[in-house]
Design a protein around this ligand. Structure first.
Ligand SMILES: Cc1cc2nc3c(=O)[nH]c(=O)nc-3n(C[C@H](O)[C@H](O)[C@H](O)COP(=O)(O)OP(=O)(O)OC[C@H]3O[C@@H](n4cnc5c(N)ncnc54)[C@H](O)[C@@H]3O)c2cc1C
Length: 246
């Protein structure tokens, strides 16, 4: 796939980008960022994985909750089967749908003393009709695994940590945020903090592989929240005084 890494066409009007199957996922969003666009499917491997692999696996990512998986963001495809048969669906190469970057984003992290509280929070948010762009949870074993490998700075007695990202029009976000804060309080979140800048937000979503490595070093067993531990490690890069009681 090394030979299929070209970006052939960016169609701003129709919000599509035509790429070779070997193009690395993150490169697609980088290529259209200046247009205020993005390619939404964001598997945690996005720095290394290819569009062809994303299509093969129908990959999602943290933002799947609001935006859907790869199948919702590919509008054309040229595929060669194992027996050499060629299928052309809509047009040549891989044509990916582009999505406008959100006007405003709020990323918040909340800790809980029980996993049940964190799970109830997720259910209550969905039941309230709020669709965050992303919600990710990590549990205490992951928090402790990361603590051992890099002092992430989260309360080690927290049983669960929830990352909630809201994306919307600037006017709509404060109301959603207030609603979510009430839900967090109802479910006795012990601490809440916000990513104060795009840089902090990027840190949260950009180090899943570091987390996988942390988990590998610390555990021989399976951790269901493995990739999500990245957020914990990332948030550990924030100053302690950013925490506030939720
Ligand atoms: C650290 C890590 C984090 C991940 N995070 C997520 C996540 O958050 N969400 C999620 O949904 N998935 C996740 N995944 C799995 C994810 O689906 C893959 O990383 C990614 O989509 C695969 O892309 P790849 O280029 O690595 O493909 P590969 O792993 O190389 O291939 C995947 C499959 O697609 C086939 N394939 C690849 N390219 C082509 C092509 N051009 N034509 C035909 N077939 C092809 C391969 O033969 C293989 O069967 C993660 C994986 C890792 C390792």
């Amino acid at each position: 796939m090394f030979r299929f890494r070209d970006i052939y066409e960016i169609d701003e009007l129709n919000r599509t980008i035509t790429v070779g199957a070997g193009t690395v996922n993150l490169r697609v969003s980088h290529a259209v960022k200046h247009l205020g666009m993005q390619f939404v499917p964001d598997p945690s491997s996005q720095k290394a994985c290819s569009i062809g692999g994303n299509i093969g696996e129908n990959a999602g990512g943290p933002h799947t909750l609001k935006y859907g998986v790869t199948v919702n963001h590919v509008v054309g495809l040229e595929a060669v089967m194992a027996d050499g048969t060629m299928y052309i669906w809509n047009c040549h190469e891989s044509v990916c749908r582009l999505t406008p970057l959100p006007e405003s984003i709020i990323t918040l992290l909340a800790t809980f003393s029980t996993i049940d509280d964190a799970c109830r929070t997720v259910s209550d948010i969905i039941a309230a009709g709020i669709v965050p762009a992303a919600m990710e949870m990590l549990d205490n074993p992951v928090i402790r695994a990361l603590q051992k490998t890099g002092n992430p700075g989260f309360p080690e007695d927290a049983e669960a940590l929830l990352i909630i990202e809201l994306e919307d029009l600037t006017e709509a976000l404060p109301e959603e945020k207030e609603h979510i804060l009430k839900i967090l309080q109802k479910n006795t979140a012990t601490q809440v903090k916000y990513a104060a800048s795009q840089e902090e937000r990027d840190i949260i979503w950009s180090c899943p592989q570091r987390s996988v490595r942390s988990n590998r070093r610390s555990y021989t067993g399976f951790l269901y929240a493995g990739r999500r531990g990245a957020a914990c490690k990332a948030a550990g890069d924030f100053p302690y005084n950013a925490w506030a009681v939720g």
